[in-house]
Write a protein that binds this ligand. Structure first.
Ligand code: ADP
Length: 727
């Protein structure tokens, strides 16, 4: 999941791993439950579904009820072995009539009989209600094989009191066995009792289990007669159940506290834990394991129940921050004080008057407290869930389950069902919470990894952008520096080239002014001629500069039209041919007769190009120089897309030194051999180059010093013919 998240560490919980852990936890706890459930399947086995219906039992016959696995049961009779034998012989024992319609359950029996009939025997409703449990005498006769030396009897849970007889001898006694209605005795857990069979291998066990005053009288858990090792296994399974449950909570505590960072507040998580820890301790103090003597066990148990109830309220109370709903903002302190006061009242009452615990009314009071608290929590969570989205379903689910768990106390009479159900519900709740935490953690982690990834790619993109901008800035900077250099160079060239003719002109003027004798006409003409040449030179320079500046400005757009290169160059040729007349210079022109050599161009600018090159050719040749001008289609078909027109201007003048050829198109560049007498600004060729670039044409020079130069000017030919255009 997070493999692409780059720098984030792989999170420790994958969903797969969580599921494996949960499945393992469920399997282990189920095994533990199976083990503990073996106890129900032992010698005294009857279940809630396989109940023995006592409705048809005739109390007046004095016969015992036959339970499974050979146990006889004399409901509500306190009988010694002798009395049993006597009654069996005489078949005339006093019976209590109100056990008509009793149904044996896993915890003894519950009277389903007709209460009206009961009253007719002179018993009050409270008698009826006070005696619904397994009070009476249990008897079993076992015949063991000869090789068994002894067996173990284990009764996990006797409420109130009991006397245990083995082979006619009372071997163990708990509490006070009595028919008195106002004796309160704490529940007992009986230690294992070793029983030795008679020489014939016979064992008779009689358990007289009675105290009519308590709602929890009698045997609450199945007694078990088994070999000593089996008893060990059973006890081991009880401990294992508790161990597994505790281990699970430890796991939940560690794992949960680690991932509770994603919980809305850590303290809520601990509330939650405390609540269930109280439940676990309550479980440990439950009657199946007697830790403390006398009333203490029950007192602690009831206190834990009340505290767990209070924690339940606090947990759901703390789930929602202030401001979630107006109603509960107002009630906030009222509900807190109310539940705190009630809890304190309950605790103080039980601790100051422990005997109250055994009153039927206190059981009802406890149940009412549980019921009210849980109904209130359900209402609160459902109400808040409408305003508070976080963990909405989880909270609602947990409050229902939690209520169910606490209210299983209602069916506590059926103890084995209760403990299994309770433990399963606890596990289910713990698993749901753990799963929720893990999912929440994974979700948060994924979100974080996603954000991280987005952030990384955003940073990468920005870095690329910054690099690009930086590069542009650097390029611009270099260009600016170059431009500045060029500008400086140009300024110094221009000022130098302007100063030279001005100085010369001033020199001639001073010469004429300061002449002591009047100058001859000849001298005057010579000076004035020189001054004229110099001023022409200056004019040339300034016009070149203006032209160059205009060429470089972006506004200087070309006015393109079809031009016959042949015609334009021929006109120029005629001009300069006339100029050459009377000198030794020769100028020739050659062009195809039937081809006008049309190109697309700006006529004014192209005229300047050709004139410039022809003037240079005239300028840099000796007096007897020969200049050839050739116009033709360019022979190489690859040139400028295949159809090119070339103007070739060749001379046999001074030529350009090979090392200077690359620079002649630069501004102000003049080759060393151009000569001091030849005026020039060094701008002409750079203007030419600039015009050619704008036309998409090419210009280059082949030259050899002392032998002459050859300028090639090449354009792409126009696709339209000149005639067509004129039409
Ligand atoms: P200038 O005003 O100096 O002629 P140009 O830009 O026209 O400036 O030419 C630059 C330089 O190129 C000249 O100074 C010269 O040295 C060299 N040059 C140009 N044309 C020729 C040519 N036909 N023969 C020899 N050198 C030439």
């Amino acid at each position: 999941m997070s493999s692409q998240s780059g720098k984030l560490r792989k999170h420790p919980f994958s969903i797969g791993l969580s599921i494996v852990i949960l499945v393992a936890a469920i399997v282990i706890s189920s095994l533990a439950f199976l083990l503990i459930n073996r106890r129900r399947g032992s010698d005294f086995s009857y279940t809630i579904s396989g109940a023995v219906n006592l409705s048809s039992w005739d109390a007046n016959q004095g016969m015992p009820v036959i339970l499974e696995k050979g146990w006889e049961f004399y409901p509500n009779h306190i009988l010694t072995p002798e009395k049993i034998h006597q009654s069996q012989e005489e078949n005339a024992t006093e019976r209590y009539a109100y056990y008509r319609g009793v149904q044996i359950s896993s915890d003894g029996w519950i009277d389903l009989g007709d209460t009206a009939e009961l009253y007719s025997y002179g018993y009050s409703a409270s008698d009826y209600k006070m005696n619904p449990y397994g009070v009476g005498t249990y008897r079993i006769e076992l015949l063991l094989s000869q090789n068994v030396d002894f067996v173990t009897l284990n009764i996990p849970d006797i409420a109130q009191s009991a006397t245990i007889w083995v082979n006619g001898k009372a071997v163990r006694h708990y509490g006070t066995v009595s028919e008195a209605r106002n004796v309160y005795e704490p529940a007992r857990v009986c230690a294992d009792i070793q029983i030795e069979p008679t020489s014939e291998g016979k064992i008779e066990i009689v358990i007289v289990c009675a105290n009519f005053s308590s709602p929890f009288g009698g045997i609450l858990s199945s007694p078990c007669v088994a070999s000593t090792s089996t008893i060990g296994t059973i006890e081991y399974s009880v401990r294992m159940y508790l161990t597994v449950l505790c281990a699970f909570w430890v796991f939940f505590l560690i794992g949960g506290s680690y991932i509770s960072k994603t919980f809305i507040s850590r303290s809520k998580f601990y509330f939650f834990l405390l609540m269930f820890a109280a439940d676990i301790v309550y479980e440990i103090f439950a009657p199946s394991v007697n830790i403390m003597s006398g009333n203490w066990n029950t007192l602690i148990q009831i206190s834990l129940l009340i505290l767990a109830n209070y924690w339940t309220f606090l947990f759901y109370y703390s789930l929602y921050p202030k401001g979630t709903s107006r109603l509960f903002d107002k009630l906030r302190y009222v509900e807190l004080s109310l539940f705190s006061v009630i809890t304190a009242l309950y605790l103080v009452t039980f601790w100051c008057f422990p005997s109250v615990m055994y009153l039927h009314s206190s059981t009802v009071a406890n149940l009412v407290l549980l019921l009210v608290t849980h109904l209130y929590c359900i209402f609160r969570v459902l109400y808040m869930g409408r305003h508070f989205e976080h963990g909405k379903n989880l909270y609602a689910g947990s409050v229902f389950l939690n209520t169910f768990i606490h209210l299983t106390i209602l069916i506590r009479a059926q103890y084995f069902v209760y403990i299994t159900l309770h433990a399963f519900l606890l596990l289910f709740l713990a698993i749901s919470f753990t799963l929720y935490f893990v999912m929440d953690y994974v979700r948060t982690y994924e979100k974080l990894a996603d954000n991280n990834k987005n952030l990384e790619s955003a940073v990468e993109e920005k870095t690329r952008y910054i690099k690009r901008v930086n590069q542009d800035l650097m390029d611009n900077h270099i260009k600016l520096v170059e431009n500045e250099e060029a500008r400086k160079k140009m300024m110094s060239n221009v000022s130098h080239d302007l100063r030279t003719p001005i100085t010369a002109i001033r020199g001639y003027i001073e010469l004429m002014l300061n002449a002591k004798e009047p100058l001859s006409r000849e001298q005057e003409v010579q000076y004035l001629n020189n001054m004229h040449t110099r001023s022409v030179q200056m004019e040339q320079l300034i016009s070149d500069l203006v032209q160059l500046t205009r060429m470089e400005s972006e506004n200087d757009t070309l006015e393109l039209m079809p031009i016959s290169v042949k015609e334009m160059v021929q006109d120029l040729f005629q001009l300069y041919h006339a100029e050459c007349e009377g000198t030794e210079k020769t100028i020739t022109f050659d062009a195809p007769k039937d081809d006008d050599l049309i190109i697309e161009g700006d006529p004014k600018k192209l005229l300047r190009v050709f004139e410039n090159i022809i003037v240079n050719a005239m300028k840099y040749t000796h007096d007897d120089g020969i200049i050839n001008i050739v116009c033709h289609r360019y022979p190489d078909p690859a040139m400028l897309g295949g159809n090119a027109v070339e103007v070739l201007i060749r001379d046999n003048g001074v030529g350009i030194p090979a090392n200077e050829v690359p620079y002649v198109f630069d501004r102000f560049y003049r080759a060393e051999n151009s000569g001091i007498n030849k005026t020039g600004s060094g701008l002409g060729l750079s203007i030419v180059k600039s015009v050619m670039d704008k036309h998409g044409g090419k210009i280059w020079v082949d030259s050899e010093e002392g032998r002459g130069s050859e300028f090639h000017i090449v354009f792409a030919a126009s696709s339209v013919s000149f005639d067509e255009e004129e039409e």
